[in-house]
Every structure is written in structure tokens, then in C-alpha cells.
Ligand binder design. Sequence first.
Ligand SMILES: Nc1ncnc2c1ncn2[C@@H]1O[C@H](COP(=O)(O)OP(=O)(O)OP(=O)(O)O)[C@@H](O)[C@H]1O
Ligand SMILES: CC(C)(CO)[C@@H](O)C(=O)NCCC(=O)O
Ligand SMILES: [K+]
Length: 256
Amino acid sequence: MASPFLAIDIGNTRLKWALYDAAHPGAALQAHGAEFLDHIERLADGPWADLPAPGSMLGCVVAGDAVRRRAEEQIVERFDCAPRWVVSSAAEAGIVNGYDHPTRLGADRWVAMIGARHRMLDAGPARPMVVVMIGTAVTVEAIDAGGKFLGGLILPGHGIMLRALESGTAGLHVPTGEVREFPTNTSDALTSGGTYAIAGAVERMVQHVRSHCGAEPACYMTGGAGWKMAPVMNGHFELVESLIMDGLLVIAQARG
Ligand SMILES: Nc1ncnc2c1ncn2[C@@H]1O[C@H](COP(=O)(O)OP(=O)(O)OP(=O)(O)O)[C@@H](O)[C@H]1O
Ligand SMILES: CC(C)(CO)[C@@H](O)C(=O)NCCC(=O)O
Ligand SMILES: [K+]
């Protein structure tokens, strides 16, 4: 009988968790949540208090070791299961890692690509992909039709861009604005500048993949602020909030 599976994604701002009824793609989601990193200590006695115990867990973590240890304490305190974390490697679950030093690639990026490839193959024949994550940082990955990760971009996220401008200037302390094609006030100029900086980088990567691979890439977007970016993108971007969780399910199944 299948036992529940706990997937955890620890980013630089929040820990996201999801409990599934089994450890394979397509398993039913039973519960999920997100905590800011300062609130990890609440998990065992709070959102996790009434959950059925998972038989296994798998996570990815890009926050530091101290944060990972605090998460492990909660997992061990609440559940009788061993913490397991994905480490980027030379190849896994259909993706070949083109990074100069494969283990230095962020585990969140690796897992999201694995989730995206599984989704793309489920929908039809193999295509190149562009995989975008809009979190604390923004990443833009290129993968060819054979599953080789060609390389990717790292950009500051919205929040970091705005804080950098605020702290580096005298006149840019203003509330959040709206995204406008032709901004006519400081708030809109800052918000639109950040949004189109990300959109422009993504569009360049789509061009690079299109000309390198000679085919139109399947484009996926995920991350906490993905819903804000998806509407301003040119071309078709599928917004998949669960890309990292999907990747963790694929890896868990492949590892048995
Ligand atoms: N309108 C905005 N203005 C300023 N900052 C914003 C805005 N929208 C989102 N952000 C910032 O974008 C970042 C990503 O948001 P969020 O925490 O939801 O993503 P996440 O995917 O959970 O990130 P991570 O996985 O890196 O923890 C956060 O640092 C947040 O402060
Ligand atoms: C780029 C981030 C911060 C995105 O979450 C993370 O994947 C990370 O810390 N990566 C390590 C460096 C790299 O991927 O090249
Ligand atoms: K992340």
C-alpha cells in the first residue's frame, strides 16, 4: 500500500511544503502550505500537527545549512521519517546537467527542470524548453529537446531590485506601483522597470533557445511571484505553480 509523501522546497524567502497520497507524479495533493523562513519552528505544532505521517520525504534547499537544520528538526520532531534532500548531479530523471560544476547548480533549478521535462513529455513529443522561476531571485533555464540543460540566467527578483534602488539612491522611496508601458510616476516606473527587466531577459533566452535548437521551446513559469509576471510575457508561458513539487515527485518515483 502506498504511504503519504512529503515534498519540501526551501527557498531564500519561504519554505513551501506539500503532502501527497503517494510518491509518484499525479499523486493526489492532501495538504500544502508555506512559511517564511523565520517561522519554520511553528511547523511541527502548527500546520503539520494534524497531518497523516508520511512514509518518506524529499526536498530541495537553497537557503543555508542553518535553515536546513531547523527544517530537519521539525521533520524529525513531528514525523518518523528521514530528511532527504536533492543534490544537483551530472544526470537525473531525463535531464543531463551542462553546468561546469554540476553540483554547484541550485537544487531548486535542477528539480524544476526535471518537473518541467516530465510535464512537457506528458503533453506531446520532446521539445526544447525555457523554465523560469520567479522567486527571491529569478532564474531562466534553457534545455534542449534531448533533455540537456544548456545553461541559465540568474537575475535579482522584484524585491531585491527595488531594495537595491532604494538603498542606492536618495529619491526612490515610493510605494509599489502598477506595470505600465509608459510609466508617468516614480512608483510605476520602478515596478514596470523590474517587471520588464525580467520579461526582457526571458525573451532573450527564448530567442537563444529558438536559434540554437531550431525549434520553438515549450515555456514554463513558476515561483511565488510567477502569477504577476505571466500576464506581461510575450508568447505562451504556462504558469505551473507546482513545478518544484512535480519534480520532487518524479525524482522520488525514479529512486523507488
Ligand atoms: N510587488 C513586489 N514588490 C516587491 N517585492 C516583491 C513584489 N512581489 C514579489 N516580491 C518579492 O519577490 C520575491 C518572491 O516572492 P515569494 O516569496 O512569493 O517567492 P518564493 O518563490 O517563495 O521565493 P523563494 O523560493 O526564493 O523563497 C520575494 O522576495 C518578495 O519579497
Ligand atoms: C539562484 C538561486 C538563488 C535561485 O533560487 C539558487 O538556485 C541558488 O542559490 N543557486 C546556486 C548557484 C547556481 O545555481 O549557480
Ligand atoms: K525557489
